[in-house]
Design a protein. Structure first.
Length: 389
């Protein structure tokens, strides 16, 4: 029985420790689990959040350099073999995978190595409407196969659960909806706002619009740039901030130069002081084409910042149109800009939305609640596996 066991050997696998909601969520979970009950190992590859992971108490960090987001047959095989050797040597009781690449490779390696309990969290499926038919079909096929030897599939949005079932990925009883949680106390409205503005020479009456995202096709950062051009023609004192980095950074910079917006934009790259930055924004914007459930929405609302984002499924489960934010169609940067201008020229409405966001967060989406649900799932999985022996 579980109570007679010593520590449960748990391996958490995520593709890369980049600045993202999935990565921050995993770090929160492994950091908060009871180390008297779990022997925790976090497996990933280097990224901006590596320092945060290394700062965790009683959590072993193992890096597999070949475990990268970009598809590479050679690197992926190397990563798969590394995970297989690791699982065979360490014999974990539970392997919990996160993100698409680590989810497929980790679950295959876990199955071959005979790991008793395999769990996967869908932080947003690896397939989407913007892929060609064959690419999407291949990813769906891989998810269907991996689901066959997955004890539980955790989703962070109900839409991902419905989409998975509609595509024949797993069975209804395998799915569990566990939404993200954050430490709300870390996010306070306008905390250190003056410090940020002084650091970058931004006047107090300047309207600041910020986005926190990896600069990759999913986040469609160029749409944010196109919208910013429209906003700049309507609001004189405005500054745009992008926190994050990625493969589209150079393209974003070139477009800013062509549009004459370089002096209006701050490209800050990866930053670890997200609470301070968020509290300095007047509006948070996200131009994503697809999402699971953006954890940064929770952080923005806790920081008292109204949101303008795209009307995609994961976003729509958190934002209520016209109440705690605005939702516009993906790629419609004209409408995106109009909503930002509306909040910039009607500060009273922006303030009401910010207050509604703070109210929405009260008593919900706490880190401890998220960890408690996952901890319960771990325990139930081990009890079920023990009873099946």
């Amino acid at each position: 029985m579980l109570e007679q066991m010593k520590k449960i050997k748990l391996f958490e696998i995520i593709t890369q420790l980049e600045l993202g909601g999935a990565q921050r969520s995993v770090i929160d979970v492994v950091g908060c689990l009871n180390k008297e009950e779990y022997e925790v190992t976090l497996v990933s590859s280097e990224g901006p959040l590596l320092a945060d992971a290394c700062a965790l108490k009683d959590v072993r960090i193992l890096l597999i350099p070949s475990l990268k987001s970009r598809i590479s047959i050679v690197a992926d095989i190397v990563a798969l073999l590394a995970l297989l050797r690791l699982f065979k040597k360490e014999k974990p009781r539970i392997v919990h995978t996160h993100s698409s690449k680590a989810g497929i490779l980790g679950r295959i390696a876990g199955r071959v190595a005979g790991v008793p309990v395999i769990i996967h969290t869908v932080h947003g499926w690896g397939f989407h409407r913007y892929q060609n038919f064959f690419t999407k079909a291949f990813f769906v096929f891989l998810e269907r196969i991996a689901a066959c030897f997955t004890a539980y599939l955790i989703t962070v949005s109900d839409y991902d659960r419905q989409q998975g079932l509609a595509l024949g990925i797993g069975r209804q009883e395998q799915y569990r909806l566990i939404r993200y949680g954050i430490d709300v106390s870390r996010f306070e409205p306008h905390k250190n706002n003056g410090i940020f503005r002084k650091e970058y020479g931004i006047s107090e009456d300047c309207f600041v619009v910020g986005m926190v995202a990896c600069l990759k096709p999913q986040k469609s950062p160029l749409d944010f740039v196109y919208a910013a051009r429209q906003v700049s023609s309507k609001i004189e004192k405005v500054k745009f901030v992008i926190v994050g980095d990625g493969p589209l950074r150079a393209k974003v910079a070139r477009q800013l130069e062509r549009a004459g917006l370089s002096d209006r934009f701050l490209l800050l790259g990866w930053r670890r002081d997200i609470p301070t930055l968020l509290s300095s924004f007047d509006v948070f914007a996200l131009s994503s084409l697809w999402e699971g459930s953006p954890i940064v929405f929770l952080e923005a609302m806790a920081s008292g910042v109204p949101i303008v984002a795209t009307a995609i499924a994961g976003n729509a489960e958190i934002l209520k149109e016209g109440v705690n934010g605005f939702l516009v169609k993906p790629k419609d940067y004209q409408a995106f800009a109009e909503r930002i201008v509306e909040l910039g020229t009607n500060r009273e409405r922006a303030h009401r939305m910010a207050q509604e966001g703070r109210r929405f967060m009260q008593g919900r989406f706490a880190t401890q609640e998220m960890v408690s649900h996952i901890d319960t799932l771990y325990r139930c999985s081990c009890q079920k596996q023990e009873g099946a022996r």
